[in-house]
Design a protein around this ligand. Sequence first.
Ligand code: HEM
Length: 228
Amino acid sequence: MGAVGGVQGAIGWWMVASGLEAGMITVASYRLATHLGLAFVILGLLAWYILQLGRSEADLMQARRGREARLFSMSTGLMHFAFLQILLGALVAGIDAGRSFTDWPLMGGQLLPPGAFALVPLWTNFFENPGLVQFLHRTAGYLLLAFAVVVWLRGRRSPHAATRAAFHAMAAMMLAQAALGVVTVLLAAHWSVAIAHQLGAVVLWVLILRARHLALYPRGGALRGAGT
Ligand code: HEM
């Protein structure tokens, strides 16, 4: 953890240095995304360790025997997808793309925003074109929400009450976060709502990890509460 924290410090400086170069009025968006991504990795590791340390080793070993393998792998998929969405969010914030199109559900009155592939070379549009970057973050957000519902439907069938509750909380936060994203668009990324949306991602991230942890280490003995 210490080493990762140190690397994060170096990346932080690398990011800030990009904003000090002549002609730059903000930091490079790729560096900002790297910094935010690593911040979420650190938060994720911390949350996982806290969840582990909150229970005795014997309890964890016992609980693991009753793990829900399918639910755990679905949660792992959800975790990776959410991480990708967070990186896309950093790219949106990094180039102020949240202010480029403020209509919803369409963008500039179209499904695909006008000028989505205006930059040359083509690949740069995926990272630097405000319209396309916001479009990708919006679309991935809807897909993430849909996948979260699928995982939640599986989670609510868990025989463990604590696991079910964790998946309910994750799904509720996912819905709130997507709604907050829409409000962020409609208010042209006003700082107050943009910060709430960023904080929402932090809460959601921890809730996904907590649900995933309970799928691997269910609480309350092997099958207590089955059928309830
Ligand atoms: C559902 C899961 C979602 C997650 C986990 C998520 C996460 C994030 C994150 C981490 C950021 C970067 C915040 C920052 O660094 O300041 C961001 C920015 C943004 N997101 Fe989302 N987002 C989600 C859905 C959405 C949706 C559905 C929309 C719109 C329809 C949206 C619109 C935006 C906008 C406009 C920004 C830029 C805000 C700014 O300029 O600070 N997001 N998102």
